[in-house]
Design a protein around this ligand. Structure first.
Ligand code: DUC
Ligand code: ZN
Ligand code: ZN
Length: 480
């Protein structure tokens, strides 16, 4: 058999196995996996490295527009699909899922059309869109949403906080009802809005507006309560849910308890919650603003709880929540050089460093094995968001999206070596072990030895199938 490319001399890692084998690629797909292959137009020597499925980062924000009525000084995202996707590829990720936001008073379908204009012909890796639904009007619930889910947008993100994005519990239930009818999966940002506004008002009245106070304004019980409430709502409505960006062991416990009683709920956490604490918000001057995100960074105990969840299988997916706002210009401090924490854009960059950080802190430090690493960074995302088995695994028929991973390579993370347009990384100076040497998307080398090898537009839009969470039948019970 002839192949366009063969990869030989590597060790293939999937979420199930670790095997020494060669990979044969034709027309962008994996067509053979065998002990020894010859006959490739191109032969790539993996040189004993790991051959991993390219990462699937199912939580990143790229070129996300602000609402039309946002003030002129509203922050602007540093990365569009061009820079964001390149940054992802340099860190071993070959599929990204970004968020297409409907603004209140606007059409969801129009938001999707606009987001295609922002993404198409820009990305260097394949990409899909979760839908952020903020205004569940009868038109949106009755027509636009069902049509968009049938067009392959089978995942919806819903917010319980942020004035411009949040839904009430009743609205959440209305959306869940449609999600159930159309077999979509929901991603929920779980924080108790009224509680955090109430605390923020008191902190501001006391003059405590510096970045460190952001963490005080959103304590862990407020996230646990909202997680518990979200679980209750999806349990009643009968729809699968991913609780996104879980910040510590306490909210994770709500997921554990829900699962134990049979609720179909999944857990996501992110690199910053595993490696940074709220201490980072107390950096001199306004530097702590770099690490403002929501839910906020917490403490060692919360981190230890998350690691337990990574180790025992409670955490399903590990995503960056890349939300890049520059420290200069119209970014983090767009509302002023000494802006109160409540006016500082939430989020930090992380697409490029996501896989190296989990490999280094998880695999190298002996907390998880290689297959669990692949499950967390690629396979589980592909399954949950209807992209499996095309993405997230190494199997005959799958897209040849691969990362040839050097497990020995040590890198001191420096923003100047990363490829996002953000002007800082929260991991500046952190040493990691493990970095991809070669990254391929549909059989094409995208990154090789630190160089980008494809032009924007290589990446294609991905229509999602139904989430694996729905299984084969009606096993998710509804109470109504
Ligand atoms: N929180 C979010 O909800 N989204 C982007 C980043 C963040 O910190
Ligand atoms: Zn969120
Ligand atoms: Zn996010």
């Amino acid at each position: 058999m002839r192949f366009d490319t063969i990869i030989h001399g590597g060790t293939i890692v999937t979420a199930a196995d670790v095997v020494r084998a060669d990979v044969g690629i034709r027309n962008g797909r994996i067509v053979t996996i065998a002990d020894r292959l010859t006959g490739g137009d191109v032969a790539i020597d993996a040189g004993g490295r790991f051959v991993l499925p390219g990462g699937v980062d199912a939580h990143c924000h790229l070129d996300q527009p602000e609402p039309p009525d946002a003030p002129a000084d509203a922050p602007v995202m540093a990365d569009d699909f061009r820079s964001g996707s390149a940054s992802a590829a340099f860190g071993g990720t070959t599929t990204l899922m970004s968020f297409c936001v409907q603004h209140k008073g606007g059409s969801l379908t129009a938001a999707v059309d606009d987001y295609h204009r922002r993404a198409d012909d820009q990305s260097v890796i394949d990409y899909g869109f979760h839908l952020i639904l903020t205004d569940p009007t009868p038109q949106v619930l009755g027509q636009e949403l069902p049509a968009l889910i049938r067009r392959g947008h089978t995942s919806l993100k819903l917010y319980m906080t942020y004035e411009s994005l949040r839904l009430t519990d009743t609205q959440l239930l209305d959306v869940f009802e449609v999600a159930r009818a159309e077999k979509a999966i929901v991603l929920v940002h779980a924080e108790n809005h009224e509680l955090l506004v109430w605390i923020t008002e008191r902190l501001e009245a006391q003059g405590r507006t510096a970045p460190y106070a952001h963490a005080l304004s959103r304590p862990s019980p407020l996230e646990s309560e909202a997680t518990h409430r979200a679980v209750t709502l999806v349990e009643i409505a009968g729809v699968p849910m991913v609780v996104v960006h879980i910040s510590g062991g306490e909210p994770l416990e709500e997921v554990r308890r829900a699962r134990a009683r049979g609720v179909t709920v999944f857990a996501e956490t992110c690199p910053h919650y595993l490696t940074l604490t709220a201490e980072a918000l107390s950096a001199p001057g306004m530097l702590g603003a770099k690490c403002i995100c929501s839910p906020p960074l917490r403490d060692d105990n919360a981190q230890a709880g998350l690691w337990r969840g990574i180790e025992d299988g409670t955490v399903d997916v590990f995503n960056s929540d890349h939300a890049p706002y520059r420290f200069d210009g119209q970014g983090k401090l767009s509302a002023g050089a000494n802006a109160p924490f409540s006016k500082i854009a939430n989020g930090m960059p992380g697409l490029e460093t996501r896989m190296p950080i989990l490999f280094s802190e998880g695999v190298v430090k002996g907390r998880i094995d290689l297959s669990r690493f692949v499950a967390l960074t690629a396979s589980n995302n592909a399954k949950l968001y209807g992209l499996h088995p095309r993405k997230g695994t190494i199997a005959v028929g799958a897209d040849a999206d691969l990362a040839l991973w050097d497990p020995e390579k040590r890198v001191v993370i420096r923003n100047q070596s990363l490829h996002s347009n953000c002007d800082y990384t929260p991991y500046e100076g952190m040493e990691v072990q493990g970095w991809p040497q070669t990254v391929m998307s549909r059989g094409v080398v995208v990154v090789q030895d630190g160089e980008l090898k494809v032009a924007p537009g290589h990446g294609r839009f991905l229509e999602q199938g139904p989430s694996s969470a729905w299984g084969s039948g009606d096993r998710i019970k509804s109470w109504v």
